[in-house]
Design a protein around this ligand. Structure first.
Ligand code: NAD
Length: 281
């Protein structure tokens, strides 16, 4: 039977640490500040932005939202980002995805100054992560690594399988695990014999976006199971990418959804904002 990796509880600990650092910065006359840009209306994004705003407020981090209309052009968005890059009072800039289809989000991410890129999506930060330099790491994989560390789960030499190869979760997750000496395999929509690959894993990280995709049959006895997925079912309930009931009896550790990786993602964003502010001192 698995031990639950309690992201809700752990995120409180991380946030308490952030608050201490924020207070120290304020003593030096620095008020850490995050600017969040959202383009167009998206109900899920609005909820995420609201959560981030609340978390910043609780930690004493200044927060400014920029809600741009759907018809905003790519040039207008880039212009706003450039203005925020120059603003000495802003330490972190976050562009909430998705953006309307007529905007090339990669150009927007590239415009964010690497030193303010608290989401870690800029190619400079992605490249630095790959070659093991200090950088901003995408908050979700960074939160997973913190969770493993806090629960003393050593990944050295372990077989880790990441399911999903997105730029924001799967790929940086691979780099994070590799940097801690895990033997990492990444699976995706074109992977053959996915079930067989996953069933060999000591650590399974699911980031697919499909409810209950990872079944109990795929989980090796004693595996660590990290569920990044957040899926809303027709009945309104949230569920992950892992069939929790089936995986629970086989896993050694497992994250619940909600209350697992999600709260850690927000906590790591706050850490990244503080890191950005500290680097300016
Ligand atoms: P994405 O849609 O960008 O990527 C999904 C990945 O899954 C792709 O790389 C694709 O190759 C893979 N995939 C799709 N179908 C597959 C299949 N049949 N077999 C194997 N692989 C398959 O998604 P994302 O942005 O990486 O997010 C993944 C999930 O994580 C979503 O549920 C999202 O809501 C959630 N998420 C959670 C947090 C958090 O804080 N907990 C943060 C980001 C994303």
């Amino acid at each position: 039977m698995a031990q639950i990796l309690d992201g809700k509880e752990l995120s409180k600990k991380v946030k308490d640490g952030v608050k201490v650092k924020v207070d120290k910065l304020k003593e030096k006359g620095i008020n850490p500040k995050l600017a969040v840009i959202m383009v167009g209306n998206n109900s899920a994004s609005s909820v995420y932005v609201k959560n981030k705003s609340k978390a910043c407020e609780n930690a004493g981090i200044d927060f400014e939202e920029f809600f741009l209309p759907e018809e905003t052009t790519e040039d207008e968005l880039v212009e706003l980002i450039e203005k925020l890059n120059q603003d000495k009072l802003v330490h972190g800039i976050l562009l909430q995805s998705p953006v309307p289809k007529h905007i090339n989000i990669n150009r927007a991410f590239e415009t964010i100054s690497p030193s303010k890129d608290v989401d870690g999506f800029n190619a400079i930060n992605v490249g630095n992560l790959t070659i093991g330099r200090d950088c901003f790491v995408s908050c979700t994989p960074w939160g997973v690594m913190r969770m493993l560390e806090e629960y003393n789960i050593d990944v050295t030499g372990k077989t880790a399988v990441v399911i999903g190869r997105s730029n924001i979760v799967g790929k940086p997750m691979l780099q994070c695990l590799l940097s801690k000496d895990a033997t990492v395999t990444i699976c995706h929509s074109k992977t053959k014999d996915l079930e067989e690959v996953v069933s060999r894993a000591d650590i399974v990280i699911a980031a697919i976006g499909k409810p209950n995709f990872v079944t109990g049959k795929m989980i090796k006895d004693g595996a660590v199971v990290i569920d990044v997925g957040i899926n809303r079912l027709e009945n309104g309930k949230l569920c992950g990418d892992v069939n929790y009931e089936e995986a629970f009896p086989k896993a050694s550790y497992i994250t619940p959804v909600p209350g697992g990786v999600g709260p850690m993602t927000v906590a790591m964003l706050l850490e990244n904002v503080v890191k950005a502010a500290e680097e300016k001192t």
